[in-house]
Write a protein that binds this ligand. Structure first.
Ligand code: BTN
Length: 266
């Protein structure tokens, strides 16, 4: 639910509805036309993937963008969203920015940004993204101290949240046009460059655990896992509850996943 009437901002193709506080920007965006966006300074019930909660304290970018999407490529939208965030954050000077399948943006071993895609109406996707900027998620959830990070601790070139938002929206627009224009292979090639292939990972498919080496994404945006028998299998984002990167590649003191925790932890 919205707190009060939004401030309307127009920028290029976008009409942005800015609120002080809402429950979830994705839910507010549900009824808006394409090329609308919703930003809130805080969310009272920020939502993550798999019904997890998302800490949305003041100082972060909590944004939902409504984009037109052809049905054939809807599965690639999560990759597009993570890629847009990565493309905007990298030039700000943060070192070690990378993607973790399907759409998390990490700095080193900590999560900077998460994406939740909703499809409330055919032909439209709501891209909900959260970026920790100057907020302090660990104040709301101390378990995030080891697993979440924020831009303010890394960037060499600080940016006002509204400017960060406009850059992200601009990138989403460009990449959506690429995707709808039939050039998914170019976008996927870019995505594959941003991931460290060969990394050993563990996939939790809702209790069924698979291990192997991450070998990139296929043309449908599915994760390719090369198992120890030499067999490669493909997985859709909605199949994989958690992806854990092996300490063999990342010395990490992140505790094992606990599904009750907020999703910034993952
Ligand atoms: C995840 O990593 O599980 C996804 C987190 C997505 C959070 C963003 S914040 C803006 C938008 N509104 C929500 O309620 N969720 C997304």
């Amino acid at each position: 639910m919205e707190s009060a009437a939004p401030t309307i901002l127009r920028s290029g193709i976008w009409t942005v509805h800015e609120y002080a506080s809402v429950n979830s920007t994705n839910l507010v965006a549900a009824g808006l036309p394409s090329w609308s966006a919703v930003r809130a300074q805080t969310q009272s019930a920020g939502r993550g993937r798999f019904q997890r909660s998302w800490v949305s304290d003041e100082g972060g970018l909590w944004l939902s963008a409504v984009v037109p999407i052809q049905p054939a490529i809807v599965r690639i939208v999560p990759l597009l969203a993570g890629l847009a965030v990565c493309d905007v954050v990298r030039p700000l000077g943060a070192e070690g920015v990378r993607m973790r399948w399907p759409n998390d943006v990490m700095i080193g071993k900590r999560k900077l940004s998460g994406v939740l895609i909703d499809q409330f109406r055919a032909g439209l996707a709501v891209i909900g993204l959260g970026i920790n900027v100057e907020n302090e998620p660990a104040r709301s959830d101390p378990s995030l101290r080891q697993s979440a990070t924020r831009l303010a601790d890394h960037w060499r070139q600080p940016l006002a949240i509204r400017d960060l938002m406009l850059r992200v929206l601009d990138r989403i627009h460009v990449l959506t046009e690429v995707l709808n224009g039939g050039d998914a292979p170019r976008l996927l090639a870019h995505v594959n460059q941003l991931w460290s292939k060969g990394r050993r990972v563990e996939l939790d498919l809702d209790g069924d655990v698979r291990t192997g080496r991450f070998s990139g994404v296929d043309q449908a945006g599915r994760l390719l896992l090369l198992d120890d028998r030499g067999v490669t299998s493909a997985f859709d984002p909605e199949q994989v509850r958690h992806l854990t990167e092996s300490p063999e590649f990342y010395a990490s003191n992140i505790s094992p996943h606990d599904s009750r925790r907020g999703c910034q932890a993952h």
